[in-house]
Design a protein. Structure first.
Length: 460
Protein backbone atom coordinates (compact mmCIF):
# COMPACT_ATOMS: atom_id res chain seq x y z
CA UNK A 1 0.00 0.00 0.00
CA UNK A 2 2.86 2.35 0.85
CA UNK A 3 4.46 1.56 -2.51
CA UNK A 4 1.20 2.31 -4.36
CA UNK A 5 0.77 5.55 -2.42
CA UNK A 6 4.33 6.57 -3.34
CA UNK A 7 3.70 5.89 -7.03
CA UNK A 8 0.43 7.83 -6.86
CA UNK A 9 2.20 10.77 -5.21
CA UNK A 10 4.91 10.79 -7.88
CA UNK A 11 2.30 10.60 -10.65
CA UNK A 12 0.44 13.54 -9.14
CA UNK A 13 3.67 15.56 -9.05
CA UNK A 14 4.29 14.77 -12.71
CA UNK A 15 0.75 15.71 -13.74
CA UNK A 16 0.82 19.07 -11.93
CA UNK A 17 4.34 19.79 -13.19
CA UNK A 18 4.79 22.77 -15.52
CA UNK A 19 6.38 20.38 -18.04
CA UNK A 20 3.55 17.84 -18.23
CA UNK A 21 1.45 19.88 -20.73
CA UNK A 22 4.37 19.75 -23.16
CA UNK A 23 4.85 16.00 -22.58
CA UNK A 24 1.18 15.50 -23.42
CA UNK A 25 1.52 17.72 -26.50
CA UNK A 26 4.68 15.92 -27.59
CA UNK A 27 3.08 12.47 -27.34
CA UNK A 28 0.05 13.63 -29.32
CA UNK A 29 2.19 15.24 -32.03
CA UNK A 30 4.39 12.12 -32.25
CA UNK A 31 1.28 9.95 -32.60
CA UNK A 32 -0.05 12.12 -35.42
CA UNK A 33 3.32 12.04 -37.22
CA UNK A 34 3.64 8.27 -36.88
CA UNK A 35 1.36 7.35 -39.78
CA UNK A 36 1.39 10.49 -41.92
CA UNK A 37 1.17 9.93 -45.69
CA UNK A 38 3.98 11.91 -47.33
CA UNK A 39 3.86 10.75 -50.93
CA UNK A 40 1.80 13.45 -52.58
CA UNK A 41 1.78 17.10 -53.67
CA UNK A 42 5.00 19.07 -53.98
CA UNK A 43 6.80 16.44 -51.88
CA UNK A 44 6.82 14.17 -54.94
CA UNK A 45 8.27 16.94 -57.13
CA UNK A 46 11.04 17.85 -54.68
CA UNK A 47 11.98 14.19 -54.15
CA UNK A 48 12.92 13.97 -57.86
CA UNK A 49 15.03 17.15 -57.94
CA UNK A 50 18.42 15.65 -57.07
CA UNK A 51 17.90 12.51 -59.15
CA UNK A 52 19.77 9.29 -58.39
CA UNK A 53 23.19 10.90 -57.90
CA UNK A 54 22.29 13.68 -55.49
CA UNK A 55 25.71 15.29 -55.81
CA UNK A 56 26.62 18.70 -54.43
CA UNK A 57 26.98 20.02 -57.98
CA UNK A 58 23.43 18.95 -58.90
CA UNK A 59 22.17 20.62 -55.69
CA UNK A 60 24.07 23.83 -56.47
CA UNK A 61 22.86 23.97 -60.07
CA UNK A 62 19.27 23.41 -58.98
CA UNK A 63 19.41 26.33 -56.52
CA UNK A 64 20.95 28.56 -59.19
CA UNK A 65 18.20 27.67 -61.61
CA UNK A 66 15.52 28.31 -58.96
CA UNK A 67 16.99 31.73 -58.13
CA UNK A 68 16.89 32.84 -61.76
CA UNK A 69 13.56 31.25 -62.67
CA UNK A 70 11.33 30.72 -59.64
CA UNK A 71 12.12 31.70 -56.04
CA UNK A 72 14.33 33.47 -53.52
CA UNK A 73 13.79 30.72 -50.91
CA UNK A 74 17.19 29.18 -51.58
CA UNK A 75 17.97 28.23 -47.96
CA UNK A 76 14.55 26.65 -47.46
CA UNK A 77 14.57 24.75 -50.75
CA UNK A 78 18.20 23.77 -50.28
CA UNK A 79 17.19 21.99 -47.08
CA UNK A 80 13.88 20.77 -48.52
CA UNK A 81 15.31 18.81 -51.45
CA UNK A 82 17.52 16.91 -49.00
CA UNK A 83 15.06 16.34 -46.12
CA UNK A 84 12.35 15.07 -48.50
CA UNK A 85 14.49 11.93 -49.01
CA UNK A 86 14.42 11.15 -45.27
CA UNK A 87 10.79 10.89 -44.12
CA UNK A 88 11.73 9.61 -40.65
CA UNK A 89 14.15 12.50 -40.16
CA UNK A 90 11.41 14.95 -41.17
CA UNK A 91 8.96 13.36 -38.73
CA UNK A 92 11.45 13.66 -35.87
CA UNK A 93 12.45 17.26 -36.63
CA UNK A 94 8.88 18.38 -37.30
CA UNK A 95 7.69 16.81 -34.04
CA UNK A 96 10.49 18.50 -32.10
CA UNK A 97 9.76 21.87 -33.72
CA UNK A 98 6.04 21.65 -32.97
CA UNK A 99 6.87 20.93 -29.33
CA UNK A 100 9.38 23.79 -29.40
CA UNK A 101 6.81 26.29 -30.71
CA UNK A 102 4.53 25.55 -27.75
CA UNK A 103 7.45 25.68 -25.31
CA UNK A 104 8.80 28.87 -26.90
CA UNK A 105 5.49 30.66 -26.32
CA UNK A 106 5.75 29.60 -22.67
CA UNK A 107 9.38 30.75 -22.40
CA UNK A 108 8.58 34.12 -23.92
CA UNK A 109 5.31 34.87 -22.13
CA UNK A 110 4.99 32.62 -19.06
CA UNK A 111 7.66 34.04 -16.76
CA UNK A 112 6.00 32.58 -13.65
CA UNK A 113 5.99 29.08 -15.21
CA UNK A 114 2.31 28.75 -14.32
CA UNK A 115 1.03 25.27 -15.22
CA UNK A 116 -2.47 26.61 -16.01
CA UNK A 117 -0.96 28.96 -18.54
CA UNK A 118 1.00 26.09 -20.11
CA UNK A 119 -2.22 24.10 -20.44
CA UNK A 120 -3.85 27.10 -22.11
CA UNK A 121 -0.94 27.21 -24.58
CA UNK A 122 -1.55 23.54 -25.41
CA UNK A 123 -5.29 24.15 -25.79
CA UNK A 124 -4.71 27.02 -28.20
CA UNK A 125 -2.16 24.89 -30.11
CA UNK A 126 -4.77 22.13 -30.40
CA UNK A 127 -7.22 24.69 -31.76
CA UNK A 128 -4.83 25.59 -34.60
CA UNK A 129 -5.83 23.80 -37.84
CA UNK A 130 -2.55 21.97 -38.50
CA UNK A 131 -4.03 20.23 -41.54
CA UNK A 132 -3.28 23.42 -43.48
CA UNK A 133 0.35 22.31 -43.28
CA UNK A 134 -0.55 19.57 -45.76
CA UNK A 135 -1.95 21.85 -48.46
CA UNK A 136 1.06 21.36 -50.75
CA UNK A 137 2.43 18.17 -49.21
CA UNK A 138 3.52 17.79 -45.58
CA UNK A 139 7.26 18.20 -46.02
CA UNK A 140 7.11 21.04 -48.55
CA UNK A 141 4.50 23.03 -46.61
CA UNK A 142 6.02 22.63 -43.15
CA UNK A 143 9.53 23.54 -44.33
CA UNK A 144 8.15 26.66 -46.03
CA UNK A 145 5.81 27.82 -43.25
CA UNK A 146 5.97 25.94 -39.93
CA UNK A 147 9.76 25.65 -39.76
CA UNK A 148 10.37 29.36 -40.45
CA UNK A 149 7.98 30.11 -37.57
CA UNK A 150 9.80 27.70 -35.25
CA UNK A 151 13.24 28.99 -36.25
CA UNK A 152 11.93 32.53 -35.92
CA UNK A 153 11.25 31.83 -32.24
CA UNK A 154 14.83 30.57 -31.88
CA UNK A 155 16.05 33.72 -33.60
CA UNK A 156 14.18 35.81 -31.03
CA UNK A 157 15.79 34.16 -27.97
CA UNK A 158 18.65 36.71 -27.65
CA UNK A 159 16.17 39.61 -27.83
CA UNK A 160 13.94 37.94 -25.25
CA UNK A 161 16.96 37.53 -22.97
CA UNK A 162 17.95 41.13 -23.59
CA UNK A 163 14.54 42.48 -22.59
CA UNK A 164 14.45 40.27 -19.49
CA UNK A 165 18.03 41.26 -18.60
CA UNK A 166 19.42 37.75 -19.04
CA UNK A 167 22.88 37.06 -20.42
CA UNK A 168 23.34 35.81 -23.97
CA UNK A 169 26.10 33.29 -24.51
CA UNK A 170 27.95 33.35 -27.82
CA UNK A 171 26.59 29.85 -28.49
CA UNK A 172 23.01 31.13 -28.06
CA UNK A 173 23.67 34.04 -30.41
CA UNK A 174 25.36 31.78 -32.96
CA UNK A 175 22.47 29.30 -33.17
CA UNK A 176 19.88 32.08 -33.11
CA UNK A 177 21.55 33.76 -36.11
CA UNK A 178 21.61 30.44 -38.01
CA UNK A 179 17.92 29.92 -37.21
CA UNK A 180 17.14 33.51 -38.15
CA UNK A 181 18.74 33.05 -41.57
CA UNK A 182 16.38 30.15 -42.28
CA UNK A 183 13.32 32.00 -40.95
CA UNK A 184 13.83 35.22 -42.90
CA UNK A 185 14.23 33.30 -46.16
CA UNK A 186 10.42 33.07 -46.10
CA UNK A 187 8.88 36.35 -47.27
CA UNK A 188 6.09 36.70 -44.70
CA UNK A 189 8.30 35.62 -41.82
CA UNK A 190 11.01 38.03 -42.92
CA UNK A 191 8.55 40.93 -42.64
CA UNK A 192 7.36 39.62 -39.26
CA UNK A 193 10.91 39.34 -37.90
CA UNK A 194 11.80 42.83 -39.14
CA UNK A 195 8.70 44.29 -37.45
CA UNK A 196 9.42 42.50 -34.16
CA UNK A 197 13.08 43.54 -34.11
CA UNK A 198 12.02 47.09 -34.93
CA UNK A 199 9.60 47.17 -31.98
CA UNK A 200 12.21 45.70 -29.64
CA UNK A 201 14.75 48.22 -30.92
CA UNK A 202 12.39 51.13 -30.19
CA UNK A 203 11.69 49.71 -26.72
CA UNK A 204 15.36 49.25 -25.84
CA UNK A 205 16.31 52.68 -27.17
CA UNK A 206 13.57 54.45 -25.19
CA UNK A 207 14.48 52.48 -22.07
CA UNK A 208 18.28 52.54 -22.18
CA UNK A 209 19.04 55.26 -24.76
CA UNK A 210 21.05 52.83 -26.85
CA UNK A 211 20.48 50.18 -29.48
CA UNK A 212 22.01 46.76 -28.60
CA UNK A 213 24.11 45.27 -31.37
CA UNK A 214 22.07 42.04 -31.45
CA UNK A 215 18.98 44.05 -32.45
CA UNK A 216 20.97 45.94 -35.07
CA UNK A 217 22.17 42.58 -36.42
CA UNK A 218 18.61 41.20 -36.59
CA UNK A 219 17.35 44.32 -38.37
CA UNK A 220 20.29 44.23 -40.77
CA UNK A 221 19.82 40.54 -41.64
CA UNK A 222 16.07 40.89 -42.18
CA UNK A 223 16.54 44.06 -44.26
CA UNK A 224 19.13 42.31 -46.46
CA UNK A 225 16.77 39.37 -46.85
CA UNK A 226 13.89 41.67 -47.85
CA UNK A 227 16.08 43.33 -50.48
CA UNK A 228 17.19 39.90 -51.71
CA UNK A 229 13.56 38.79 -52.01
CA UNK A 230 12.52 41.96 -53.86
CA UNK A 231 15.45 41.84 -56.29
CA UNK A 232 15.30 38.09 -57.03
CA UNK A 233 14.65 37.64 -60.79
CA UNK A 234 13.00 34.28 -60.15
CA UNK A 235 10.27 35.86 -58.03
CA UNK A 236 9.34 38.21 -60.86
CA UNK A 237 9.25 35.39 -63.42
CA UNK A 238 7.23 33.24 -61.04
CA UNK A 239 4.69 36.04 -60.55
CA UNK A 240 4.12 36.27 -64.30
CA UNK A 241 3.67 32.51 -64.62
CA UNK A 242 1.32 32.33 -61.66
CA UNK A 243 -0.84 35.15 -63.03
CA UNK A 244 -1.31 33.09 -66.19
CA UNK A 245 -1.94 29.89 -64.23
CA UNK A 246 -3.98 30.97 -61.21
CA UNK A 247 -5.31 34.53 -61.58
CA UNK A 248 -5.52 35.82 -65.16
CA UNK A 249 -7.38 39.01 -64.15
CA UNK A 250 -4.81 39.94 -61.47
CA UNK A 251 -3.19 42.68 -63.58
CA UNK A 252 -6.55 44.40 -63.99
CA UNK A 253 -6.91 44.93 -60.24
CA UNK A 254 -6.02 48.33 -58.81
CA UNK A 255 -3.88 48.84 -55.71
CA UNK A 256 -7.06 49.40 -53.69
CA UNK A 257 -8.63 46.20 -55.07
CA UNK A 258 -5.59 44.16 -54.04
CA UNK A 259 -5.45 45.81 -50.62
CA UNK A 260 -9.16 45.16 -50.03
CA UNK A 261 -8.80 41.58 -51.23
CA UNK A 262 -6.00 40.93 -48.75
CA UNK A 263 -7.85 42.78 -45.97
CA UNK A 264 -11.25 41.14 -46.36
CA UNK A 265 -9.98 37.61 -47.08
CA UNK A 266 -7.79 37.75 -43.96
CA UNK A 267 -10.66 38.70 -41.65
CA UNK A 268 -13.13 36.33 -43.34
CA UNK A 269 -10.98 33.38 -42.24
CA UNK A 270 -11.62 34.24 -38.60
CA UNK A 271 -14.99 36.02 -38.59
CA UNK A 272 -16.96 34.23 -41.30
CA UNK A 273 -15.88 30.61 -40.84
CA UNK A 274 -15.82 28.14 -37.94
CA UNK A 275 -12.60 29.09 -36.18
CA UNK A 276 -11.61 27.65 -32.80
CA UNK A 277 -8.65 29.98 -32.31
CA UNK A 278 -10.86 33.05 -32.75
CA UNK A 279 -13.56 31.50 -30.54
CA UNK A 280 -11.13 31.00 -27.63
CA UNK A 281 -9.64 34.45 -28.18
CA UNK A 282 -13.07 36.14 -28.12
CA UNK A 283 -14.02 34.08 -25.05
CA UNK A 284 -11.11 35.59 -23.15
CA UNK A 285 -12.06 39.09 -24.26
CA UNK A 286 -15.64 38.80 -23.05
CA UNK A 287 -14.65 37.21 -19.70
CA UNK A 288 -12.08 39.92 -18.98
CA UNK A 289 -14.39 42.72 -20.08
CA UNK A 290 -17.24 41.58 -17.86
CA UNK A 291 -14.85 41.51 -14.91
CA UNK A 292 -13.00 44.77 -15.48
CA UNK A 293 -15.69 46.98 -16.96
CA UNK A 294 -19.21 47.55 -15.64
CA UNK A 295 -20.19 49.91 -18.46
CA UNK A 296 -22.79 48.29 -20.70
CA UNK A 297 -21.31 49.80 -23.89
CA UNK A 298 -17.95 48.06 -23.40
CA UNK A 299 -19.66 44.79 -22.54
CA UNK A 300 -21.67 45.00 -25.76
CA UNK A 301 -18.50 45.78 -27.72
CA UNK A 302 -16.71 42.73 -26.26
CA UNK A 303 -19.78 40.54 -26.81
CA UNK A 304 -19.96 41.16 -30.57
CA UNK A 305 -16.79 39.20 -31.55
CA UNK A 306 -17.83 36.34 -29.24
CA UNK A 307 -21.35 36.22 -30.70
CA UNK A 308 -19.92 36.27 -34.23
CA UNK A 309 -17.55 33.39 -33.39
CA UNK A 310 -20.58 31.30 -32.38
CA UNK A 311 -23.47 32.46 -34.59
CA UNK A 312 -21.49 32.85 -37.83
CA UNK A 313 -18.53 30.66 -36.89
CA UNK A 314 -18.82 27.42 -34.94
CA UNK A 315 -22.60 27.03 -35.28
CA UNK A 316 -23.08 29.01 -38.48
CA UNK A 317 -24.76 26.08 -40.26
CA UNK A 318 -27.44 25.92 -37.58
CA UNK A 319 -28.04 29.65 -37.17
CA UNK A 320 -28.15 30.19 -40.95
CA UNK A 321 -31.36 28.12 -41.00
CA UNK A 322 -32.96 30.71 -38.72
CA UNK A 323 -31.18 33.73 -40.20
CA UNK A 324 -30.74 33.12 -43.97
CA UNK A 325 -28.93 36.43 -44.44
CA UNK A 326 -25.94 34.91 -42.67
CA UNK A 327 -25.29 32.84 -45.80
CA UNK A 328 -25.37 35.95 -47.99
CA UNK A 329 -22.78 37.54 -45.70
CA UNK A 330 -20.45 34.55 -45.43
CA UNK A 331 -20.54 33.86 -49.18
CA UNK A 332 -19.89 37.47 -50.23
CA UNK A 333 -16.18 36.76 -50.75
CA UNK A 334 -15.30 36.44 -54.45
CA UNK A 335 -12.10 35.87 -56.41
CA UNK A 336 -11.44 39.62 -56.22
CA UNK A 337 -12.50 40.25 -52.63
CA UNK A 338 -15.91 41.57 -51.60
CA UNK A 339 -16.07 43.84 -54.67
CA UNK A 340 -16.91 46.90 -52.61
CA UNK A 341 -18.35 49.77 -54.66
CA UNK A 342 -18.68 53.29 -53.30
CA UNK A 343 -21.76 53.87 -55.47
CA UNK A 344 -23.68 50.87 -54.05
CA UNK A 345 -24.23 50.99 -50.29
CA UNK A 346 -25.25 47.33 -50.01
CA UNK A 347 -21.79 46.38 -51.29
CA UNK A 348 -20.30 48.06 -48.21
CA UNK A 349 -21.96 45.61 -45.81
CA UNK A 350 -19.34 42.79 -45.70
CA UNK A 351 -16.34 45.11 -45.25
CA UNK A 352 -18.24 47.34 -42.82
CA UNK A 353 -19.22 44.31 -40.76
CA UNK A 354 -15.73 42.79 -40.50
CA UNK A 355 -14.24 46.23 -39.80
CA UNK A 356 -16.77 46.74 -36.98
CA UNK A 357 -15.74 43.44 -35.39
CA UNK A 358 -12.06 44.35 -35.77
CA UNK A 359 -12.63 47.72 -34.07
CA UNK A 360 -14.54 45.97 -31.26
CA UNK A 361 -11.54 43.68 -30.72
CA UNK A 362 -9.06 46.57 -30.57
CA UNK A 363 -11.25 48.53 -28.13
CA UNK A 364 -11.74 45.45 -25.94
CA UNK A 365 -8.01 44.67 -25.79
CA UNK A 366 -7.34 48.26 -24.78
CA UNK A 367 -9.98 48.07 -22.05
CA UNK A 368 -9.04 44.73 -20.47
CA UNK A 369 -5.24 44.95 -20.42
CA UNK A 370 -4.37 46.98 -17.32
CA UNK A 371 -0.85 47.79 -18.49
CA UNK A 372 -1.45 50.12 -21.44
CA UNK A 373 2.08 49.63 -22.77
CA UNK A 374 1.32 45.92 -22.96
CA UNK A 375 -2.01 46.70 -24.65
CA UNK A 376 -0.11 48.60 -27.35
CA UNK A 377 2.26 45.63 -27.74
CA UNK A 378 -0.68 43.23 -28.13
CA UNK A 379 -2.31 45.42 -30.77
CA UNK A 380 1.08 45.65 -32.54
CA UNK A 381 1.48 41.84 -32.44
CA UNK A 382 -1.99 41.47 -33.93
CA UNK A 383 -1.17 44.05 -36.60
CA UNK A 384 2.03 42.20 -37.55
CA UNK A 385 0.13 38.96 -38.11
CA UNK A 386 -2.69 40.75 -39.92
CA UNK A 387 -0.38 42.64 -42.29
CA UNK A 388 1.59 39.43 -42.99
CA UNK A 389 -1.63 38.06 -44.51
CA UNK A 390 -2.90 41.31 -46.08
CA UNK A 391 0.20 41.43 -48.30
CA UNK A 392 -0.99 38.21 -49.92
CA UNK A 393 -3.55 40.42 -51.68
CA UNK A 394 -0.64 41.57 -53.85
CA UNK A 395 0.17 38.00 -54.90
CA UNK A 396 -1.62 36.12 -57.70
CA UNK A 397 -1.48 32.99 -55.52
CA UNK A 398 -3.61 34.47 -52.74
CA UNK A 399 -6.21 31.73 -53.37
CA UNK A 400 -3.96 29.02 -54.83
CA UNK A 401 -1.76 29.07 -51.71
CA UNK A 402 -4.77 28.16 -49.59
CA UNK A 403 -4.90 28.74 -45.85
CA UNK A 404 -1.23 28.02 -45.17
CA UNK A 405 -0.44 31.72 -45.63
CA UNK A 406 -2.57 32.44 -42.53
CA UNK A 407 -0.11 30.71 -40.18
CA UNK A 408 1.55 33.91 -38.93
CA UNK A 409 -1.79 35.65 -38.41
CA UNK A 410 -3.03 32.60 -36.53
CA UNK A 411 -0.05 32.60 -34.21
CA UNK A 412 -0.25 36.33 -33.57
CA UNK A 413 -3.82 35.80 -32.31
CA UNK A 414 -2.73 32.74 -30.33
CA UNK A 415 0.06 34.71 -28.63
CA UNK A 416 -2.37 37.51 -27.76
CA UNK A 417 -4.70 34.85 -26.31
CA UNK A 418 -1.90 33.55 -24.09
CA UNK A 419 -1.19 37.04 -22.76
CA UNK A 420 -4.92 37.66 -22.19
CA UNK A 421 -5.08 34.40 -20.24
CA UNK A 422 -2.21 35.75 -18.17
CA UNK A 423 -4.45 38.74 -17.35
CA UNK A 424 -7.12 36.34 -16.09
CA UNK A 425 -4.60 34.67 -13.79
CA UNK A 426 -3.92 38.06 -12.19
CA UNK A 427 -7.47 38.20 -10.87
CA UNK A 428 -6.71 36.50 -7.58
CA UNK A 429 -9.73 37.60 -5.53
CA UNK A 430 -12.24 36.22 -8.02
CA UNK A 431 -10.10 33.67 -9.82
CA UNK A 432 -12.35 30.72 -8.99
CA UNK A 433 -15.43 32.62 -10.17
CA UNK A 434 -13.68 33.53 -13.42
CA UNK A 435 -12.78 29.91 -14.07
CA UNK A 436 -16.42 28.95 -13.56
CA UNK A 437 -17.38 31.22 -16.45
CA UNK A 438 -14.81 29.77 -18.86
CA UNK A 439 -15.40 25.96 -18.69
CA UNK A 440 -18.48 26.13 -20.91
CA UNK A 441 -16.51 27.85 -23.66
CA UNK A 442 -13.49 25.60 -23.20
CA UNK A 443 -15.81 22.57 -23.18
CA UNK A 444 -17.37 23.61 -26.50
CA UNK A 445 -13.90 24.14 -27.98
CA UNK A 446 -12.73 20.76 -26.63
CA UNK A 447 -15.59 18.93 -28.37
CA UNK A 448 -14.63 20.51 -31.68
CA UNK A 449 -10.92 19.84 -31.03
CA UNK A 450 -11.49 16.14 -30.22
CA UNK A 451 -13.65 15.74 -33.33
CA UNK A 452 -10.98 17.58 -35.30
CA UNK A 453 -8.16 15.32 -34.02
CA UNK A 454 -10.14 12.12 -34.69
CA UNK A 455 -10.92 13.25 -38.23
CA UNK A 456 -7.29 14.26 -38.60
CA UNK A 457 -5.95 10.84 -37.53
CA UNK A 458 -8.54 8.85 -39.54
CA UNK A 459 -7.74 10.78 -42.71
CA UNK A 460 -4.19 9.38 -42.92
Amino acid sequence: MVYIATIKEKMNKIIISQYFPFVFWGLLVALIHYDINLQWGDDVYFSDVLGDNGTFEVWRQYLGQRYHNWTSRLIIEGVLVIVVHYPLLWKIIDTVLMIWIAKAISIFFNDTKNVKMNWWIILIMLAFPFEIMNSAGWIATTLNYLWPLAFGFIGMIPVNNLIKKKKNSMLTIFFSVIALCYAINQEQMCAVIWAIYFLCGVYMYLKEKKLPWIIVLGLLLSTISLLFIISCPGNMIRTEQEIATWFSSFRELSFFNKLEMGYSSSLFEFFMKPNLVFFLFSLLLIVLTYYYNKKIIYRIIASLPFIVSIVIGLFGNIFSLVFPNIIALTTSMTETGTNIKLTEMRMWIPDTFITLILVCIIISIWQVVTNKKMAIVLIYIGAIGFVSRIIMGFSPTIWASGTRTFIFMYFSIMIISVILFKEILKIKCSQERMFKIMPLGIGIASIFIIDHILYYINSF
